[in-house]
Design a protein around this ligand. Structure first.
Ligand code: NDP
Length: 307
C-alpha cells in the first residue's frame, strides 16, 4: 500500500527562511533531511521586493535571498520535494506526511515551517476581481499595470514596504489605512511620506470594486463620506493567518491557530517541532524565523541518529 513511501530522518514542511535554515543546520550535522513546499522556495521573501533588515545585507532583493538560502540548503545535502501536504499522521513513533500527488514521506522528526496565508478583506466581489486587478503580490503583478493608478490596503510594514516598490511602477499609489495612524515602523512611514506619488488615506475603507472585466474604479468611505477613485490594481496587505490546515488534528495550537512550542521549538508531541511565523511568538521577521530554524536544526542534530 505504501510503495510510494520515501524515508528521511527529518522532514521540514515549508521552505521559507525558517525551514531552509533548519535544513542547513540539520544537513550539516549529517542527518538526511527533506524540505517540502508547494510554492517557490523562500516563502514570503519571494514576494518581497527589497529586504533592508537581514543582517549583513543593507539591501537585498527577496528573490535573491531566497535563492541563496535554497542553494545553500541543497548544497549541504537537503532534498527539495515539491508538493502540497494534505495531512499528517503519527504512527509507531514515525510521522507520515501525505502529499496531494500520492507520495508519502516518513520521518523520525517533523518540523512545521509553513508560515502564514494572506488575510482577505471583506469587500464584496473581491474574489471575482482576483487576477483582474486584485492581487496579493505587488512584485509578481504590478508590472502588468505599469503606469496605472494602484491601491494598497493595510497600515503595517508589508503595506508600506510594498507601496515603496509599487510607486516606481504605478502612476499613483493610494494606501488605505483603517486607523488614524500607521502601524508600520517609523523609518518606513517617513520613506513613504517622501515619495511624491504615494498618498496615505487614513481612517478609510474600500467598500466597492467597479469594472466589468477588470478593476477600473473603487468606492471608499472616509470620515462618513463616500468617494470614487480610478484604480486599476489593488493589493491587500492586511496581515496573515497561520497556514495549519494539514496538521489541525494535533493538539498543538493556541486559540488563534499558532503552534505552541518551548524555546527549543518543541511542541507537546514528541518529535514534532514548529519554527518561524506559524509559532506563537512576538516578533515575526526573516531573521527570527532563521533563528528558530537554527535552534531546531541544532537540537535535531543532537537528538536524532541517521536511520
Ligand atoms: P500586520 O498585522 O502587522 O498589519 C496589518 C495591517 O492591516 C494593520 O494596519 C491592520 O490594521 C490592517 N488591517 C487588518 N485587517 C484589515 C481590514 N480588514 N481592512 C483594512 N485594514 C486591515 O501585517 P503585516 O503583513 O504588515 O506584517 C506582519 C508581520 O511581518 C509584522 O510583524 C511585520 O513587522 C513583519 N514584517 C517583516 C518584514 C521584514 O522582516 N522585512 C516585512 C514585512 C512585514 P489595524 O492596525 O487596524 O488592525
Amino acid at each position: 500500500m505504501k510503495n510510494n513511501l520515501i524515508k528521511f530522518s527529518v522532514a521540514i514542511i515549508g521552505a521559507g527562511p525558517g525551514g531552509l535554515t533548519c535544513a542547513i543546520y540539520a544537513s550539516r550535522a549529517n542527518l538526511d533531511v527533506c524540505f517540502i513546499d508547494k510554492g517557490a522556495p523562500g516563502g514570503k521573501m519571494t514576494k518581497t521586493f527589497t529586504i533592508e533588515n537581514w543582517s549583513g545585507d543593507e539591501e537585498v532583493k527577496g528573490f535573491e535571498l531566497s535563492l541563496r538560502m535554497l542553494n545553500h540548503a541543497k548544497k549541504v545535502g537537503a532534498k527539495h520535494i515539491f508538493g502540497n501536504v494534505i495531512k499528517v499522521r503519527k504512527e509507531n513513533n514515525h510521522f507520515l506526511i501525505y502529499l496531494e500527488d500520492g507520495k508519502i514521506i516518513q520521518s523520525k522528526a517533523l518540523v512545521i515551517a509553513t508560515g502564514m496565508n494572506n488575510k482577505i478583506p471583506d469587500i464584496p466581489k473581491i474574489d471575482y476581481y482576483e487576477n483582474k486587478g486584485v492581487s496579493y503580490c505587488v512584485i509578481c503583478d504590478a508590472s502588468l499595470y505599469k503606469g496605472k493608478p494602484a491601491a494598497i490596503i493595510g497600515g503595517g510594514d508589508s503595506a508600506f514596504e510594498e507601496a515603496i516598490y509599487l510607486s516606481s511602477v504605478a502612476s499613483e499609489v493610494y494606501i488605505f489605512v483603517r486607523k488614524n495612524k500607521p502601524k508600520a515602523e517609523i523609518g518606513l512611514v517617513k520613506e513613504v511620506e517622501n515619495i511624491k506619488n504615494i498618498k496615505v488615506l487614513y481612517q478609510s475603507e474600500i467598500v466597492q470594486l467597479i469594472g466589468e472585466k477588470q478593476l477600473e474604479e473603487i468606492k471608499y468611505k472616509q470620515n462618513g463620506e463616500i468617494k470614487n477613485l480610478k484604480i486599476n490594481h489593488l493589493y491587500p496587505y492586511i496581515g496573515s493567518i497561520p497556514s495549519n490546515e494539514f496538521i489541525k488534528d494535533f493538539p498543538i495550537f493556541d486559540e488563534n491557530g499558532y503552534i505552541l512550542t518551548n524555546e527549543n521549538m518543541e511542541t507537546s508531541i514528541p518529535g514534532l517541532y514548529a519554527i518561524g511565523d506559524i509559532r506563537q511568538k512576538q516578533i515575526r521577521q526573516i531573521v527570527t524565523a532563521a533563528s528558530d530554524g537554527a535552534i531546531c536544526g541544532k537540537l535535531l542534530a543532537n537528538k536524532i541518529k541517521k536511520h
